[in-house]
Design a protein around this ligand. Sequence first.
Ligand SMILES: Cc1cc2nc3c(=O)[nH]c(=O)nc-3n(C[C@H](O)[C@H](O)[C@H](O)COP(=O)(O)O)c2cc1C
Length: 150
Amino acid sequence: MALVYIAVGSVTGTASAVAQALAARLTEAGHQSVMDGQPSVEALNASQADAVLICTSTTGRGDLPANIAQFYVELEEQFPLQNGRPFGVISLGDSSYDRTFCNAGALFEERFLELQAAQPVPRVTIDATETVTPDDDALFWLNEWIEKAL
Ligand SMILES: Cc1cc2nc3c(=O)[nH]c(=O)nc-3n(C[C@H](O)[C@H](O)[C@H](O)COP(=O)(O)O)c2cc1C
């Protein structure tokens, strides 16, 4: 049994709904999760999680949703080394924003790699123009992540 900290970045609720589906699947698989809609380094550290998931949309022109932006800044400022802790990124976006498609997820991926976290499965991108079932796409990815990360 592992504990997973799920940091959520969402503007209109799609990524939050996906994160809820991820949490439910983790429970089904016998794990625990903490889903955080106002993620912070302090909460991540306090959780003592075995692994981290970032589930975020992209807004503006490649920007982070407001509720997760501070977390990104804190990761840069506090630089909490992850020492091989597994992480994964579920990145929601819209490919009609071709230059900034899923940029928020890409930024978090870069940051966690800098922090020496382990990435057992590459980041998944979920394109709003291609799917009407973002939960299913995320859960498909999660199954592999659970096998390799937990
Ligand atoms: C104002 C606005 C700006 C957006 N900008 C981007 C963007 O730069 N890149 C991208 O991949 N998706 C962009 N999107 C698409 C969203 O990321 C996508 O619709 C996502 O599913 C929304 O998830 P949320 O409801 O959790 O915020 C934008 C959407 C809106 C409404």
